[in-house]
Every structure is written in C-alpha cells, then in structure tokens.
Unconditional design. Sequence first.
Length: 468
Amino acid sequence: MSQATNQSWGGRFSEPTDAFVERFTASVNFDQRLARQDIQGSIAHATMLARVGVLTDDERDAIINGLSEIKGEIERGEFEWSVPLEDVHMNIEARLTDKIGITGKKLHTGRSRNDQVATDIRLFMRDAIDVIEAELVRLREGMTELADREADTIMPGFTHLQTAQPVTFGHHLLAWQEMIARDHERLLDCRKRINVMPLGAAALAGTTYPIDRHVTAELLGFERPAENSLDAVSDRDFAIEFTSFASILLMHLSRMSEELVLWTSAQFDFIDLPDRFCTGSSIMPQKKNPDVPELVRGKTGRVYGHLMSLLTLMKSQPLAYNKDNQEDKEPLFDAVDTVHDCLKAFADMVPAIEPKKANMFEAARKGFSTATDLADYLVRKGVAFRDAHEIVGQSVAYGLKAEKDLSEMTLDELKQFSATIEQDVFEVLTLEGSVAARNHIGGTAPDQVRAAAQRAREALAAVKGEAQ
Ligand code: ARG
C-alpha cells in the first residue's frame, strides 16, 4: 500500500486521490456543522458496543474521554479541520486516534459513515426543529396578543385588493395566526418521522456484530431504530419534508410581509413599524423602508429553491447510499438558518406593529364597504337577494357621483332606490354595526375575535404541553 493514499480507506488504492478530486469530493467545509451530533452519536455507539461486549469498558472510556476532549477543541475553535480527511466523521476519528492510539480505530466497528451521517443529520434536524419551534411559538403568541388588543379596531377587508367589507384588525391578525398554527403542526409532524434512528444499518445491509439498536436509540433519544437498513442509509425524505414545511411557512411569511409593506406605504398608511425594523435610503433623506418584511419576502425564493434541489437530488437514486446524498447538507442547513432568522424577525416585529386606527377606519369608511350589509338589510325586509344586489349597486353608483358613502346619504336619498328602506338602516350602515353583526364562530365581530384569541391561546398551550 502506498503511504500517500487516504488513511481511512486507502487500503485497496495504488495511487493517491487527484488533488482536485480530493477537494471536489470533500464535505468537511460544510459538514463540520454536524460535529456535535457526530460526537454524540459516536459516544452512544461506543457505549452500546461495550454493553454488548464488542468493546471493553476501558476501551469505551478511552473513546468517550477522547471524544469529549475533541468536542472541547471544536467548541473553542482549536480543532484543525483537514480537507484531505474529507468529512467531519473522518476528521474526528483521525483526531481520536491521534489522541488515544489504536483504540480510536475501534470506534468504527459495526458502523459505516453511511448510517453515521444519516444519524447525524437526524440529530441535527431534531435540535434545529426545537429551536425553530420556540420562535414559531413566540410568533403565535405575539399575533394572538396583538389580535386581542386590536379586537375592536376596524379596517377594510379586501378581495382582489379592492375594499370589500369592514373587518377588525384583530380578525386579520388571527388569520395570520391560523396559517402559522398549521405550519406548526406540519413541523411537529415532520419531527416525528425525523426522530427514527438509522444507526446500525451500517453501510447498507446491517452488521455481523451483536449490536443492540434499542440501546443506541434510547441513548440518543430516538423513538425507535429504523426498520430497514437499506432505507435507513439512503432516504432523505425527512429533509424534503422539512424544506416543504419551510417553503409553506415562508410562503405565509411572504404574504404577511407583502401586507406589511403595503400597509406602511404612504398610500395605505395603516401601520407604523418601529425604526429598528426599518432602514433609510442613502440618497433620499425622507425614506423609511420596511426592509425586514421585504427581505423575508425575498428569502422565500431561496427556500423554495432548496426544496427543489432536494427533490431533484433524490429523484433518480437507486438504493442504497450514493455520494449524491452528500449534497443534502447545504440546502438543508441554509433552509434551517433562513427559517429560523425569518421567524425570529417576525416574532420580534409583530408585537411592535403600531396600527394607525383612524386611517384604517377612514379607509374602510370610504370604500362602500357596508354595501353587503345594505343588501342583507333589504333581504331581511323581504326583498330577494338579487334585487337587493341591484338596488345597492344603484345606490353605490349614485354615491360615487355624489361623493358620499352609503352612511352619509339621507334617508330620502336612499329611499330613491327602495321604498322599503327605513330609518333603522343607519344601524347597519355603520362600520361598527357591520362588524358586530358577523357574530358567529370564525366571524369578524369583536366579541368573536376575543373568543377566538382565547381559543388560540388554549390550542397553543395544549401543543406546548404535548411537546414536554
Ligand atoms: N460525507 C458523506 C456524506 O455526507 C458521508 C458518507 C460517506 N459515505 C461514503 N460511503 N462515501 O454523505
């Protein structure tokens, strides 16, 4: 064997790897992010090997102590990562052997990098999901509390971005909360399937050593060992599930961002975002730009891209492990970071939204937003809905010419269009009357918004209870 071949698998090779190929195939520059989980997995593996008698207790202790020291070196930034050692797994194993000698070479007994890396990523994703979930919970709480505070605040509701009917700002915020609540469910559902342990699958077929996978699974907090060794080392569907969750979440955050951008514009002027979430322009001194929501909207694209990368990465791979799988990490890591940062930005920003209530109210007042209420009023007086629709349409046309909203017309003006209209019409033409009348579960009435906020709090408390 040539001395210059790779120390981990160089046995059957007669010449060293081409220098470019070495760099091309190495993953250590990005998979060193898995170091903590790699050490955690190795400690559990060594513990299990000693328990079944494959390692002695002394060998196990030497391995665990060595790995713990290496963990410290990495955390302190002292560890020297080497590209010729290819990846995080072989870097750590080589360092272990430097430190404790021949025993270090026994760690890899009954294991392959294939089940090792699959385990590392699942551990990493489990940790990442827990951190992400905490931000998501904070965002749900922020939305719910703001909604409760703004249960009486009236704004225009839109369809086609045209003023449609008055709604309460609290109701709008609870619509956002519902979207994020479903994303939360998707995240927890994804976590269940992530929390299954590949370790023990070895390269693809399992191992001849008398391993006990239940022990390792328990040590690592996995729900159970994966059923099938071929599947365990090869599939990355859990990564695709996470990026699907991430894509849907970012789609939601992007829609909310778009609304925040619109609402802070001079044309809408519905809200103020505190200065700390905005930046200025280097040329236009008057500008205050909603950069944070704009950037979240922009980052949605890269997360969709990662989903597409991972789907494409997997689509033609035969069983079992293929080197293609090394390409799962960068998209996944970036999706994790992007989701985390966008959620943090939103969780910080949403409670700080300052509604400009008078402007919202005025906008709702201007757009004939109680036209449907007038039609419903006529129906209650015995007019057929289609006829009522026509009558209100004529009233609106008149209002446009006379530059008067429905509630600003006199009774005589309204009576031109239907003799059935009486003095009591003005109760339904006010914005307060309009929202209060939608008084059923899921409706925009302030009392319903307060009740819905309470249910949202309880639903969140129940999910948090489950996770513990
Ligand atoms: N760096 C590799 C990866 O990320 C580890 C597994 C390598 N296995 C192998 N048989 N080459 O997938």
